[in-house]
Design a protein around this ligand. Structure first.
Ligand code: ACO
Length: 401
């Protein structure tokens, strides 16, 4: 328990709210989230409608600029993104410098930051045109770099955007196509990935988004702020959970498939193990994204005819946890990461790339939140603390220590 009498800083009383469980850091008009009722809306549009009826680029436009685009606006936006898909060739030398087995999120964070070297001019937030160009450039380059991270790890030659294809189709081709084989994109896969990206597009002040806002609040550039967001997303308690889910399911399989044993471990307070993909800071009823993704996962597995024992374990584990008193009492439901990893796996995306996929989806949210923070002229993010260390002490000469 916190001793209230100790909540004094040098200049008065200070609120301690570790993990910011009840502290709002900003006002925002981007995403509405009701964790009790399981509601998520971007710019007022329900996540269910967007996932069913819109494309990822359409949703990105709405998240960033506040309104769904007209047909003309959307076509122009898609075109303008394509115009920025050439990445400076020197970026390839930077990629070459990484060991092949480096984690994709580490490479992506570094590459995003490296973009500042080739785009040193800060975004002029007083100019709508400058903001629009920065948005197109960031979406274009980030998607190319994300696919190059995969190609580097696979030892594939780097490739280029095909301007005749749509964003998601291009993304998949950029990732998987190799010169010696014809690569055909499956429309079921395009549709599933489009949905997944839409469902990740923003989620108000989560850990990575808050990071982007705080870093940007010092007027650090857009690429530098997003690079910090990628690092924050990497952790297994945040975006890294989708990788951790599949690793957990594989561990259960290797151990003989006894889900009850792992549920017991997750309930044991002396054991640090948690059921990955369960629980959420804000959703205490259900995660509305998980509902949509669960259906998409079923559709994709059926359409691709995937038969994977790890996915069977996922279903058994989900059922057992949902019926367990410990999980019921704490309102612990599967979150978006529980099912997204299952789809990525079915699409042939390697486990270590899962969080990169999350980052590609979250990018419009990071951009929108960065712009909003700057347009609102928010002050620099600088939390306080309550000092609990030593009082003034006499300095001891090194010979006397
Ligand atoms: N497995 C077992 N117990 C859990 C789990 C879990 N996955 N999640 C929470 N609990 C328990 C806690 O031990 C705690 O129990 P107690 O009240 O008996 O002490 C209670 O549920 C509340 O948990 P907190 O840690 O206080 O909840 P918090 O809001 O801080 O954490 C978090 C949320 C980090 C998501 C947590 O549920 C977790 O670690 N889940 C697993 C990782 C995960 O799936 N992360 C992805 C989140 S979604 C996203 O980033 C897109």
């Amino acid at each position: 328990a916190i001793d209230i009498t100790k909540l004094r800083g040098a200049t008065g009383y200070i609120t301690i709210d570790q993990g910011f469980k009840n502290t709002g850091s900003c006002q925002s008009s981007i995403t509405f989230l009701d964790g009790e009722k399981g509601i998520l809306r971007y710019r007022g549009y329900s996540i269910e409608d967007l996932a069913e009826k819109a494309s990822f680029i359409e949703v990105s436009y709405a998240v960033i600029f506040g309104e769904l685009p007209t047909k003309t606006q959307l076509e122009k936006f898609e075109d303008d993104i394509r115009k920025h898909t050439l990445v400076n060739e020197e970026m390839k030398d930077i990629i070459d410098g990484f060991p092949k087995n480096a984690h994709p999120m580490g490479i992506l964070s570094s590459l995003t930051s490296a973009l500042t070297a080739f785009n040193p001019k800060p975004v002029d937030v007083d100019s709508q045109e400058a903001i629009y160009n920065a948005v197109c450039k960031t979406i274009a380059k980030f998607s190319v770099l994300s696919t190059w991270v995969h190609r580097k790890r696979e030892g594939f030659p780097m490739n280029y955007y095909d301007n005749s294809k749509g964003y998601v189709e291009n993304f998949l081709t950029m990732m998987f196509a190799i010169p010696t084989e014809e690569y055909k994109v499956n429309p079921v896969v395009v549709d599933a990935l489009d949905k997944l990206l839409i469902l990740h597009a923003d989620h108000e002040q989560n850990c990575s988004t808050s990071t982007v806002r705080v870093v940007g609040s010092s007027h650090a550039g857009l690429f530098a702020s997003i690079s910090a967001g990628v690092s924050a997303l990497w952790g297994p308690l945040h975006g890294g959970a989708n990788q951790a889910v599949i690793e957990m399911l594989e561990a259960i399989k290797a151990d003989g498939g006894d889900v009850e044993k792992f549920i017991a471990k997750a309930k044991d307070k002396d054991d640090p193990f948690r059921l990955m993909g369960f629980g959420h800071r804000v959703y205490k009823n259900f995660d509305p994204r998980a509902k949509i993704i669960k259906k998409a996962a079923d559709d994709v597995l059926a359409a691709l005819g995937v038969n994977d024992p790890v996915l069977d374990i996922a279903k058994t584990l989900e059922k057992a946890a949902l019926e367990d008193e410990y999980f019921k009492a704490r309102n612990l439901y599967p979150n978006v990461d529980f099912y997204s990893g299952i789809i990525y796996r079915a699409l042939g995306i390697p486990t270590e790339m899962f969080t990169v996929m999350f980052a590609v989806g979250r990018l419009p949210g990071w951009i929108a939140q960065w712009i909003e923070m700057r347009l609102n002229s928010e002050p620099i993010g600088r939390p306080r603390q309550v000092y609990t260390g030593e009082n003034l002490r006499a300095f001891k000469e090194i010979s006397n220590r």
